[in-house]
Design a binder for this molecule. Structure first.
Ligand code: CUA
Length: 173
């Protein structure tokens, strides 16, 4: 191999190495290149943070609003105690007006009964369990006047069928 070829090769490799070195030395980040972007980045980060805080507060407040089912009605219902026993119903009141919100507070003195209200057309209006030791609330607002009946919906002994009470619903005046 000629010495001149070796020299040319070394010179060429040296030149390429020098170019690489120059690029490497001059490719580091310089503040003046990123100053604007960094400023914009901090600006976006700040407003993203404020936005998340605001969203968190809004969601928290929104979660405190009660669902419609939990919201109590504007008019508080009239409470009527209803007690079942073998084999009759005892209602604290047997007369109600149409449009009047009523809450039957249903319990039993002995065994489980089924407290069911039937309309004048013999269709069931509402029902709940009458259980000893428990009070079950049954909310009813009667829309039509007439003679309603309370029947027992759970077999409770020989005279189960005799558990009948009447509710007279009159037109609101
Ligand atoms: Cu009470 Cu059936």
């Amino acid at each position: 191999m000629h010495i001149s070829i070796l020299l040319v090769s070394l010179l060429g490799m040296g030149f390429i190495a020098a170019v690489f070195g120059f690029v490497v030395l001059n490719s580091g980040p310089r503040d003046e290149d990123f100053g604007g972007i960094a400023k914009r980045g901090y600006f976006i980060r700040l407003w993203w943070f404020i936005g998340l805080c605001a969203a968190g507060v809004l969601v928290s407040v929104w979660s405190l609003i009660p669902f419609p089912l939990q919201a109590s009605s504007a008019e508080s219902p009239r409470i009527i105690q209803a007690v079942g026993r073998q084999w009759s119903w005892e209602l604290a009141s047997n007369s109600v007006e149409t449009g009047e919100p009523v809450r039957f507070r249903v319990t039993s003195q002995d065994v489980n009964h089924g407290f069911a209200i039937y309309g004048p057309d013999d269709k069931i209006v509402a029902q709940t369990q009458a259980m000893p030791g428990y009070f079950n609330d049954l909310d009813v607002t009667f829309e039509h006047a007439g003679k309603y009946r309370v029947l027992c919906l759970e077999y409770c002994g020989v005279a189960h069928h005799a558990m009948v009470a009447e509710i007279a619903v009159t037109e609101k005046h």
